[in-house]
Design a protein around this ligand. Structure first.
Ligand code: B12
Length: 213
Protein backbone atom coordinates (compact mmCIF):
# COMPACT_ATOMS: atom_id res chain seq x y z
CA UNK A 1 0.00 0.00 0.00
CA UNK A 2 1.14 3.55 -0.73
CA UNK A 3 3.62 5.15 1.63
CA UNK A 4 1.56 8.33 1.90
CA UNK A 5 -1.44 6.32 3.17
CA UNK A 6 0.82 4.83 5.82
CA UNK A 7 1.88 8.37 6.80
CA UNK A 8 -1.78 9.44 7.00
CA UNK A 9 -2.57 6.50 9.28
CA UNK A 10 0.46 7.30 11.46
CA UNK A 11 -0.54 10.97 11.76
CA UNK A 12 -4.00 9.99 13.06
CA UNK A 13 -2.70 7.27 15.36
CA UNK A 14 0.00 9.63 16.73
CA UNK A 15 -2.44 12.57 16.87
CA UNK A 16 -0.36 14.89 14.66
CA UNK A 17 -3.00 17.49 13.95
CA UNK A 18 -0.48 19.83 12.34
CA UNK A 19 0.49 17.28 9.69
CA UNK A 20 -2.71 15.62 8.59
CA UNK A 21 -4.01 18.20 6.11
CA UNK A 22 -0.71 18.43 4.23
CA UNK A 23 -0.47 14.64 4.04
CA UNK A 24 -3.99 14.24 2.68
CA UNK A 25 -3.29 17.00 0.13
CA UNK A 26 -0.17 15.11 -0.95
CA UNK A 27 -2.19 11.90 -1.36
CA UNK A 28 -4.70 13.78 -3.52
CA UNK A 29 -1.85 15.23 -5.64
CA UNK A 30 -0.41 11.74 -6.03
CA UNK A 31 -3.71 10.81 -7.66
CA UNK A 32 -5.04 8.49 -4.96
CA UNK A 33 -8.81 8.15 -5.23
CA UNK A 34 -10.57 10.08 -2.41
CA UNK A 35 -12.50 6.95 -1.41
CA UNK A 36 -9.21 5.08 -1.12
CA UNK A 37 -7.81 7.85 1.08
CA UNK A 38 -10.88 7.57 3.33
CA UNK A 39 -10.96 3.75 3.50
CA UNK A 40 -7.25 2.88 3.56
CA UNK A 41 -5.96 5.98 5.33
CA UNK A 42 -8.52 7.69 7.56
CA UNK A 43 -10.85 4.81 8.53
CA UNK A 44 -8.04 2.24 8.76
CA UNK A 45 -6.30 4.49 11.30
CA UNK A 46 -9.44 4.70 13.45
CA UNK A 47 -9.58 0.89 13.56
CA UNK A 48 -6.09 0.90 15.08
CA UNK A 49 -7.10 3.65 17.51
CA UNK A 50 -10.17 1.62 18.56
CA UNK A 51 -8.00 -1.42 19.18
CA UNK A 52 -5.55 0.62 21.27
CA UNK A 53 -8.50 1.91 23.30
CA UNK A 54 -9.82 -1.65 23.82
CA UNK A 55 -6.36 -2.73 24.96
CA UNK A 56 -6.18 0.25 27.40
CA UNK A 57 -3.11 1.58 25.60
CA UNK A 58 -4.90 4.91 25.14
CA UNK A 59 -7.89 6.57 26.83
CA UNK A 60 -10.79 8.84 25.81
CA UNK A 61 -8.76 12.09 25.52
CA UNK A 62 -6.29 10.46 23.13
CA UNK A 63 -9.12 8.82 21.16
CA UNK A 64 -10.78 12.22 20.87
CA UNK A 65 -7.67 13.93 19.49
CA UNK A 66 -7.25 11.10 16.95
CA UNK A 67 -10.88 11.59 15.94
CA UNK A 68 -10.31 15.35 15.53
CA UNK A 69 -7.21 14.65 13.44
CA UNK A 70 -9.24 12.30 11.28
CA UNK A 71 -11.97 14.91 10.82
CA UNK A 72 -9.38 17.44 9.64
CA UNK A 73 -8.28 14.92 7.02
CA UNK A 74 -11.89 14.31 5.98
CA UNK A 75 -12.42 18.03 5.47
CA UNK A 76 -9.70 17.99 2.80
CA UNK A 77 -11.29 15.17 0.77
CA UNK A 78 -14.91 16.19 1.30
CA UNK A 79 -15.13 18.69 -1.60
CA UNK A 80 -13.69 16.08 -3.97
CA UNK A 81 -16.58 13.69 -3.33
CA UNK A 82 -19.23 16.11 -4.46
CA UNK A 83 -20.79 15.30 -7.79
CA UNK A 84 -23.08 17.35 -9.96
CA UNK A 85 -26.38 17.02 -8.13
CA UNK A 86 -28.58 19.54 -9.81
CA UNK A 87 -31.64 17.32 -9.34
CA UNK A 88 -31.73 15.61 -5.97
CA UNK A 89 -32.60 11.89 -6.13
CA UNK A 90 -34.54 12.10 -2.85
CA UNK A 91 -34.29 13.45 0.67
CA UNK A 92 -32.56 11.55 3.45
CA UNK A 93 -32.40 12.46 7.13
CA UNK A 94 -29.35 11.19 8.99
CA UNK A 95 -28.75 11.11 12.74
CA UNK A 96 -26.83 9.36 15.47
CA UNK A 97 -29.29 7.99 18.03
CA UNK A 98 -29.92 9.20 21.59
CA UNK A 99 -27.06 8.68 24.04
CA UNK A 100 -24.49 8.35 21.28
CA UNK A 101 -22.04 11.10 20.34
CA UNK A 102 -20.10 9.24 17.61
CA UNK A 103 -20.51 11.09 14.33
CA UNK A 104 -17.50 10.35 12.15
CA UNK A 105 -19.15 7.39 10.42
CA UNK A 106 -22.44 9.25 10.01
CA UNK A 107 -20.61 12.22 8.49
CA UNK A 108 -18.81 9.97 5.98
CA UNK A 109 -22.11 8.37 5.01
CA UNK A 110 -23.59 11.87 4.52
CA UNK A 111 -20.67 12.91 2.29
CA UNK A 112 -21.10 9.83 0.11
CA UNK A 113 -24.90 10.21 -0.11
CA UNK A 114 -24.52 13.86 -1.13
CA UNK A 115 -21.90 12.82 -3.66
CA UNK A 116 -24.41 10.34 -5.09
CA UNK A 117 -26.93 13.17 -5.58
CA UNK A 118 -29.22 12.84 -2.57
CA UNK A 119 -30.31 15.82 -0.55
CA UNK A 120 -29.28 15.10 3.04
CA UNK A 121 -30.51 16.72 6.24
CA UNK A 122 -28.08 16.15 9.12
CA UNK A 123 -29.94 15.96 12.44
CA UNK A 124 -26.69 15.58 14.39
CA UNK A 125 -25.97 13.32 17.33
CA UNK A 126 -27.80 12.22 20.48
CA UNK A 127 -31.18 12.53 18.75
CA UNK A 128 -34.24 11.40 20.69
CA UNK A 129 -36.90 9.36 18.90
CA UNK A 130 -39.42 12.12 19.73
CA UNK A 131 -37.32 14.78 17.95
CA UNK A 132 -36.83 12.41 15.02
CA UNK A 133 -40.62 11.94 14.68
CA UNK A 134 -41.17 15.73 14.75
CA UNK A 135 -38.60 16.16 11.99
CA UNK A 136 -40.11 13.37 9.89
CA UNK A 137 -43.61 14.80 10.24
CA UNK A 138 -42.55 18.32 9.31
CA UNK A 139 -39.92 17.63 6.62
CA UNK A 140 -41.27 14.40 5.07
CA UNK A 141 -38.03 12.74 3.99
CA UNK A 142 -38.00 9.64 1.77
CA UNK A 143 -35.51 7.84 3.97
CA UNK A 144 -34.07 8.06 7.47
CA UNK A 145 -30.55 6.78 8.24
CA UNK A 146 -29.71 6.02 11.86
CA UNK A 147 -26.22 5.46 13.19
CA UNK A 148 -25.14 3.85 16.49
CA UNK A 149 -21.61 3.05 17.65
CA UNK A 150 -22.45 1.83 21.13
CA UNK A 151 -24.18 -1.47 21.85
CA UNK A 152 -26.06 0.39 24.60
CA UNK A 153 -27.65 2.83 22.13
CA UNK A 154 -28.78 0.26 19.54
CA UNK A 155 -32.20 -0.20 21.27
CA UNK A 156 -33.00 3.41 20.23
CA UNK A 157 -33.09 2.17 16.64
CA UNK A 158 -35.65 -0.46 17.57
CA UNK A 159 -37.79 2.22 19.29
CA UNK A 160 -37.61 4.49 16.26
CA UNK A 161 -38.80 1.76 13.89
CA UNK A 162 -41.53 0.70 16.32
CA UNK A 163 -42.91 4.24 16.71
CA UNK A 164 -42.83 4.84 12.95
CA UNK A 165 -45.00 1.74 12.55
CA UNK A 166 -47.35 2.79 15.37
CA UNK A 167 -47.88 6.16 13.66
CA UNK A 168 -48.40 4.51 10.27
CA UNK A 169 -45.44 6.42 8.81
CA UNK A 170 -43.54 3.31 7.70
CA UNK A 171 -45.27 3.32 4.29
CA UNK A 172 -44.05 6.86 3.61
CA UNK A 173 -40.53 6.83 5.00
CA UNK A 174 -38.01 4.00 4.93
CA UNK A 175 -35.36 3.41 7.60
CA UNK A 176 -31.77 2.23 7.13
CA UNK A 177 -29.42 1.56 10.01
CA UNK A 178 -25.66 1.26 10.40
CA UNK A 179 -22.64 1.69 12.65
CA UNK A 180 -19.92 -0.71 13.78
CA UNK A 181 -21.99 -2.85 16.23
CA UNK A 182 -25.06 -2.97 13.96
CA UNK A 183 -25.58 -5.96 11.65
CA UNK A 184 -27.92 -7.03 8.86
CA UNK A 185 -29.58 -9.53 11.22
CA UNK A 186 -30.16 -6.82 13.84
CA UNK A 187 -31.67 -4.58 11.16
CA UNK A 188 -34.00 -7.38 10.12
CA UNK A 189 -34.90 -8.23 13.71
CA UNK A 190 -36.02 -4.67 14.51
CA UNK A 191 -37.91 -4.30 11.21
CA UNK A 192 -35.63 -1.70 9.58
CA UNK A 193 -35.83 -1.58 5.78
CA UNK A 194 -32.09 -1.71 5.17
CA UNK A 195 -28.60 -2.02 6.60
CA UNK A 196 -25.28 -0.80 5.24
CA UNK A 197 -21.88 -1.94 6.52
CA UNK A 198 -20.11 1.14 5.16
CA UNK A 199 -20.72 4.37 3.30
CA UNK A 200 -20.61 2.72 -0.13
CA UNK A 201 -23.27 0.22 0.93
CA UNK A 202 -25.30 3.07 2.44
CA UNK A 203 -25.49 4.63 -1.03
CA UNK A 204 -26.57 1.33 -2.63
CA UNK A 205 -29.23 0.75 0.04
CA UNK A 206 -30.51 4.33 -0.27
CA UNK A 207 -30.85 3.97 -4.05
CA UNK A 208 -32.74 0.70 -3.68
CA UNK A 209 -35.08 1.90 -0.92
CA UNK A 210 -35.89 5.22 -2.58
CA UNK A 211 -36.56 3.59 -5.96
CA UNK A 212 -38.96 1.17 -4.20
CA UNK A 213 -41.11 4.03 -2.85
C1 B12 B 1 -13.52 8.00 17.69
C2 B12 B 1 -14.22 7.24 18.79
C3 B12 B 1 -14.77 7.99 19.84
C4 B12 B 1 -14.79 9.51 19.84
C5 B12 B 1 -15.99 9.97 18.94
C6 B12 B 1 -15.72 11.28 18.23
C7 B12 B 1 -16.77 11.56 17.18
N1 B12 B 1 -17.02 12.82 16.96
O1 B12 B 1 -17.37 10.66 16.57
C8 B12 B 1 -15.00 9.82 21.37
C9 B12 B 1 -13.64 9.96 22.03
C10 B12 B 1 -15.85 11.06 21.69
C11 B12 B 1 -15.63 8.51 21.83
C12 B12 B 1 -16.34 8.41 23.01
C13 B12 B 1 -16.78 7.19 23.51
N2 B12 B 1 -16.55 5.96 23.01
CO1 B12 B 1 -15.87 5.69 21.28
N3 B12 B 1 -14.87 5.12 19.73
C14 B12 B 1 -14.30 5.81 18.77
C15 B12 B 1 -13.61 4.84 17.78
C16 B12 B 1 -12.12 4.80 18.09
C17 B12 B 1 -13.77 5.13 16.31
C18 B12 B 1 -15.21 5.31 15.81
C19 B12 B 1 -15.14 5.82 14.41
O2 B12 B 1 -15.24 7.00 14.19
N4 B12 B 1 -14.85 4.90 13.45
C20 B12 B 1 -14.62 5.28 12.06
C21 B12 B 1 -15.96 5.37 11.33
C22 B12 B 1 -15.71 5.78 9.88
O3 B12 B 1 -16.55 4.08 11.34
P1 B12 B 1 -18.08 3.84 11.76
O4 B12 B 1 -18.53 4.85 12.72
O5 B12 B 1 -18.25 2.40 12.08
O6 B12 B 1 -18.89 4.17 10.42
C23 B12 B 1 -18.85 3.40 9.23
C24 B12 B 1 -19.87 2.25 9.21
O7 B12 B 1 -20.18 1.73 10.49
C25 B12 B 1 -21.04 2.80 8.46
N5 B12 B 1 -22.08 3.57 9.17
C26 B12 B 1 -22.00 4.34 10.26
N6 B12 B 1 -23.18 4.90 10.52
C27 B12 B 1 -24.04 4.50 9.58
C28 B12 B 1 -25.39 4.78 9.40
C29 B12 B 1 -26.07 4.20 8.33
C30 B12 B 1 -27.51 4.51 8.13
C31 B12 B 1 -25.38 3.31 7.45
C32 B12 B 1 -26.11 2.66 6.35
C33 B12 B 1 -24.02 3.04 7.63
C34 B12 B 1 -23.36 3.63 8.70
O8 B12 B 1 -20.44 3.67 7.51
C35 B12 B 1 -19.33 4.34 8.12
C36 B12 B 1 -18.32 4.66 7.06
O9 B12 B 1 -17.80 3.51 6.43
C37 B12 B 1 -14.35 3.49 18.14
C38 B12 B 1 -13.57 2.20 17.81
C39 B12 B 1 -13.89 1.71 16.39
N7 B12 B 1 -12.90 1.29 15.65
O10 B12 B 1 -15.03 1.69 15.96
C40 B12 B 1 -14.66 3.69 19.61
C41 B12 B 1 -15.84 2.96 20.22
C42 B12 B 1 -17.06 2.97 19.31
N8 B12 B 1 -16.16 3.79 21.48
C43 B12 B 1 -16.43 3.09 22.46
C44 B12 B 1 -16.73 3.62 23.75
C45 B12 B 1 -16.91 2.61 24.87
C46 B12 B 1 -16.83 5.01 23.96
C47 B12 B 1 -17.19 5.72 25.27
C48 B12 B 1 -18.32 5.06 26.09
C49 B12 B 1 -15.87 5.84 26.10
C50 B12 B 1 -16.02 6.40 27.48
N9 B12 B 1 -15.73 5.55 28.45
O11 B12 B 1 -16.37 7.53 27.65
C51 B12 B 1 -17.57 7.13 24.80
C52 B12 B 1 -19.08 7.26 24.50
C53 B12 B 1 -19.53 8.66 24.19
C54 B12 B 1 -20.95 8.67 23.68
N10 B12 B 1 -21.93 8.86 24.55
O12 B12 B 1 -21.19 8.46 22.52
C55 B12 B 1 -16.45 1.58 22.16
C56 B12 B 1 -17.88 1.03 22.03
C57 B12 B 1 -18.03 -0.32 22.70
C58 B12 B 1 -19.40 -0.87 22.49
N11 B12 B 1 -19.45 -2.09 21.99
O13 B12 B 1 -20.40 -0.28 22.75
C59 B12 B 1 -15.57 1.53 20.87
C60 B12 B 1 -15.92 0.35 19.91
C61 B12 B 1 -14.08 1.42 21.35
C62 B12 B 1 -13.76 0.07 21.95
N12 B12 B 1 -13.06 -0.78 21.22
O14 B12 B 1 -14.12 -0.22 23.08
N13 B12 B 1 -15.35 7.48 20.97
Amino acid sequence: MSDILQQIRDAIIRRKRGEIQGLVETAVKEGIDPNGIIDNGLIAAMDVVGQQFSDSEIFVPEMLVSALTMKMGLDVVKPLLKSDNARPRGTIMMATVKGDMHDIGKNIVIMMLEGAGFQVVDLGVDLTVEKLMEQIESNKPDLVGLSALLTTTMPEMRRAVQILHERGLNEKVKVMVGGAPVSASFAEEIGADGYGADAAEAVEVARRLISDL
